[in-house]
Design a binder for this molecule. Structure first.
Ligand SMILES: Nc1ncnc2c1ncn2[C@@H]1O[C@H](COP(=O)(O)OP(=O)(O)OP(=O)(O)O)[C@@H](O)[C@H]1O
Ligand SMILES: [Mg+2]
Length: 415
């Protein structure tokens, strides 16, 4: 048996690799699977961590492992590939397929779980925005997915919106650059898959009447297209309109992208501004640098706004305090008291950054109702008493069609 792996895979050696995944003893698995997917996929818990294990031929496992690793290095949100187990045989010497092992993504939400316990009336547009953004990011780095669908994606809450993570890279191909035809082909596949999945949800009674599955599926095109154009299309500019450069940069930053290169070209006597987007995660990186908090992009944007509000309230305008000092004070004065106030038994409900976002929202509603600004302490207490206990646990939710139960029943799971 051969084990190709990333960091610290030793625990995985204790799993029963000489048995076909389908026949693994129940006690090794997180819960009893029952759904159909192309391959056998199971979840196993070892030492407080949950792993997803997919049985698949050795070639495909190696390929997918490499692709997932490459995508992760490029900063794309993907599940973390842990290793490939190949050369498996039964005790009688019968060969078994290889296995690809990935880490279960904490606080990730399979789309079926999102629909079956719908908390959000605007779920569909948020889901499609997240998926379109993921496709744009993949295409920008030259990755043709080949099988974009809701079931090959996991979602994470992101300040009221959703962030999409790629789960299944099996059909993907990495190139230097994608042609328009290659990108459109990926979008065609996405549209077909989405239409099927949404129709299926409709038949299960999980779509509201007002949502048309086909229209919703097609809308991925527009969502993708407007973002793609904003990020890549050259923009006409007049000779004396240098402020346009600043404005364009800000717009891209606001969308969450950092700009690497700016170029101004002459095109038939007209000036054209071209920007090259280097990386998504503009606010995320900024917040990480200031506070060490590693959160989703919209959560980071929200938190940076709060930090800015804190700075203007707390700091005399004429005193020259650097932003790192302000951020340190904000962490101890504002952020940490909220997170520390959450009782341990409620900590599996939402990620800390999402709880903080919801407390800010809650505070806004309370202040509106009271006609004056209520304190953060007051809003936190009220949120923990009247909102959080009624939220479902989301730390370790699994796809309900894959699993007998919707979530892990044990609370011994670590980050
Ligand atoms: N690391 C992970 N964390 C959480 N869920 C996961 C993980 N890996 C896989 N899953 C779940 O298992 C499902 C099946 O995984 P995957 O898509 O890789 O298998 P597949 O058999 O290739 O599926 P398909 O039917 O698309 O071919 C996913 O839809 C996802 O819900
Ligand atoms: Mg899949």
């Amino acid at each position: 048996m051969q084990f190709t792996a990333g960091p610290d895979p030793t625990d995985l050696l204790t799993l029963p690799w000489s048995t076909a995944l389908e026949d693994w003893p129940r006690e090794k698995l997180v819960s009893l699977p029952r759904g159909i997917s192309r391959h056998v996929v199971r979840f196993a818990r070892i030492g407080g961590l949950v792993y997803a294990i997919k049985e698949i031929s050795a070639d495909l496992a190696d390929r997918e492992f490499e692709l997932l690793r490459t995508l992760a290095r490029t900063g794309i949100p993907v599940v973390e590939a842990v290793g490939v187990v190949a050369g498996r045989t039964t005790p009688d010497g019968e060969p078994l397929d290889a296995a690809l092992v990935t880490k279960h993504l904490r606080f990730s939400l399979p789309y079926r779980a999102l629909f079956s316990r719908r908390l959000d009336p605007n779920l569909e547009p948020k889901l499609l925005d997240a998926l379109a953004e993921l496709l744009v990011r993949l295409h920008l780095i030259g990755f043709a997915w080949g099988d974009c669908s809701l079931s090959n994606t996991l979602f994470r809450r992101d300040a009221g919106a959703l962030a999409a993570y790629l789960v299944d890279a099996e059909t993907g191909e990495m190139r230097d650059q994608l042609s328009k035809g290659q990108r459109m082909n990926d979008l065609d596949i996405a549209e077909t898959n989405l239409a099927g999945e949404l129709l299926d949800l409709q038949m299960s009674g999980l779509l509201p009447e007002s949502v048309d599955p086909l229209e919703t599926a097609v809308s991925v095109l527009d969502r993708y297209d407007s973002l793609w154009r904003e990020l890549t299309e050259p923009q006409p500019m007049h000779t004396d309109e240098w402020w346009q450069i600043e404005r364009k940069m800000r717009r891209l930053n606001n969308l969450g992208y950092d700009v690497g290169q700016i170029q101004i070209n002459e095109d038939n006597g007209e000036m054209v501004l071209e920007t090259q987007v280097v990386e998504a995660g503009h606010h995320r990186r900024k917040l990480l640098e200031l506070t060490g908090l590693d959160v989703q992009e919209n959560q980071a944007r929200r938190i940076l706004n709060d930090l800015e509000a804190y700075r203007t309230q707390a700091v005399m305008p004429e005193t020259d305090v650097d932003e790192f000092t302000v951020a340190r004070h904000w962490l101890t004065d504002v952020f940490e008291p909220v997170i520390e106030a959450v009782p341990a038994e409620l900590s599996e409900r939402l990620e800390p950054a999402e709880i903080f976002h919801e407390v800010l929202e809650h505070r806004w509603f309370l202040s509106e109702a009271a006609g004056h600004e209520v304190s953060m302490d007051f809003a936190t207490k009220s949120y923990i008493e009247s909102v959080l206990p009624f939220r479902p646990e989301e730390a370790a939710l699994l796809d309900p069609t894959l699993m007998g139960v919707g979530s892990l029943d044990d609370d011994s799971i670590e980050e």
